[in-house]
Design a protein around this ligand. Structure first.
Ligand SMILES: Nc1ncnc2c1ncn2[C@@H]1O[C@H](COP(=O)(O)OP(=O)(O)OP(=O)(O)O)[C@@H](O)[C@H]1O
Length: 304
């Protein structure tokens, strides 16, 4: 029997989170675990409750929802050794997809995390991100992005209508109308990239945005980020390359390169173009550039 913390995002998966959370609670209790519900009305409140419970002592933290609630879980457990169980019930579920976990199947997801409780968790990489020169307190497990897609994410978050993916299409259209490549300086373990660019994404996993294969070869346990650097696309060029990203076809484009690095510093470079958008990681807002990110190999224990 394990003592497990449970955080359910009721808003995940267009409201499916609540039903999934109830089922997870029921299944875990039926298997004899002691389950403490740490969910809260907001992401921040749930994070605080989970952190307090983790300090008091848990055998694992189980999160139910999409990449946003996984981001919460990672920020509670990374670097502590406390294992994370993921029940993917969101819309995108890119982190669960990358870890090979069941998606949209609560019973299978609970079986996978029970397997991890019995056999021991899998160690994967997590990434610290924050202002350069300060001790970074925020973690991510998926992809940090501060390019055109992050601008769409931010714009969509400001819109109250329409709901669901139609909101992203509206946000894409309005961002595209005023798009000009941004000015970047990206300092990697080896070399510096100074260019007008469309997108800079530091990927710990291949997928972003609900199945866009932004970094096809990113591995979650290689101690490295796959940094995707996309040069100055025109508006038409953005529209043409976008559908190919679902299959990772953008990687062959001459204006796109991928470099591997354990750490990176991303700064705005005014001489090359406008200030890049605010960065997002795991679909959550991180903050404006400059940002420093560093992989911590094996910092995350996942029940699977
Ligand atoms: N009570 C809550 N607990 C956790 N998160 C919450 C809560 N209320 C709102 N949220 C917000 O819900 C948002 C979406 O969450 P999540 O990513 O888990 O689901 P999703 O968007 O359906 O899935 P995905 O990100 O995989 O597409 C997050 O940005 C989070 O801030």
């Amino acid at each position: 029997m394990s003592h497990l913390g449970l955080v359910v995002n009721p808003t995940a998966g267009k409201g499916r989170g609540t039903t999934a959370g109830r089922r997870v609670h029921e299944l875990l209790r039926a298997r004899g675990h002691r389950v403490e519900d740490l969910s809260g009305p907001t992401l921040e409140q749930a994070t605080d409750r989970a952190r307090a419970a983790a300090l008091e002592g848990l055998d694992g933290l189980v999160v139910v929802g999409g990449d946003g609630v996984v981001h919460l879980g990672v920020n509670v457990v990374a670097g502590t050794g406390l294992p994370l169980g993921i029940v993917a019930a969101g819309t995108g579920n890119d982190i669960a997809r990358s870890l090979g976990l069941p998606r949209g199947d609560v019973d299978a997801a609970v079986a996978a995390l029970e397997h991890g409780l019995g056999e021991g968790p899998r160690r994967v990489d997590a990434v610290r991100v924050g202002e350069p020169g300060r001790a970074a307190r925020e973690w991510f497990a998926g992809v940090l992005s501060c390019g055109f897609d992050a601008a769409i994410n931010a714009r969509a978050n400001e819109m109250s209508w329409p709901k669901g993916s139609a909101r992203y299409v509206r946000a894409l259209a309005s961002e595209l109308a005023g798009f000009r490549p941004y000015g970047y300086r990206v300092t990697l373990d080896e070399g510096v990239w100074e260019e007008p660019g469309t997108l800079v994404a530091a990927a710990n996993v291949p997928w972003i945005g609900g199945g866009l294969k932004i970094a096809p070869d990113a591995a979650v346990d290689d101690g490295l980020l796959d940094v995707v650097l996309a040069g100055p696309f025109t508006r038409g060029g953005v529209v043409r390359i976008f559908p190919g990203i679902y299959r990772g076809r953008h990687i062959g484009h001459p204006a796109v390169e991928v470099r591997r690095s354990r750490s990176l510093l991303i700064e705005p470079l005014e001489s090359e173009g406008p200030h890049p958008p605010v960065a997002f990681a795991d679909g959550e807002r991180i903050g404006p550039l400059p940002l420093h990110a560093q992989v911590d190999p094996g910092a995350l224990s996942v029940l699977c």
